[in-house]
Design a protein. Structure first.
Length: 128
């Protein structure tokens, strides 16, 4: 099924705030944060040539999210990204200086994080 996007905002320029978050700079920042994890790796792509042929497209690939960051399934990483930002902000306040994501594994930053508590909720599969 193909539906045209009829929302009035479709194809409108992004606000500067949205462009900072959704543009290439925002994507690069998110990648830098997620790459700070010890078990970070690119998500593998698998070619599906038979299905591509059946659908009449040149190539078709599917992302294998099953092993991504040891999660066992596709999970949105927005929560992890937000928690990392909160830890860095709190560490910056307590240490009196800006703290970069590259410092997450430093003992002083880890000590700040150890004193913080976070909770997440979802209305998805496991949250019902």
């Amino acid at each position: 099924m193909f539906l045209l996007n009829r929302h009035p905002d479709h194809r409108q320029p992004l606000t500067p705030e949205d462009a900072a978050t959704l543009g290439s700079a925002g994507a690069e920042e998110a990648e830098r944060f997620l790459a700070a994890r010890d078990n970070h790796a690119e998500t593998p792509l698998h070619a599906l040539p038979a299905l591509a042929g059946e659908l009449g497209v040149g190539t078709l690939h599917v992302k294998d999210e099953g092993k991504r960051l040891g999660l066992g399934s596709f999970k949105a990483l927005g929560g992890a990204y937000a928690v990392m930002h909160l830890v860095l902000e709190e560490a910056g306040r307590r240490l009196g200086r800006a703290v970069d994501v590259a410092e997450l594994h430093r003992p002083d930053v880890k000590a700040v994080a150890a004193g913080m508590t976070f909770a997440c909720a979802t209305d998805g599969n496991h949250g019902r």
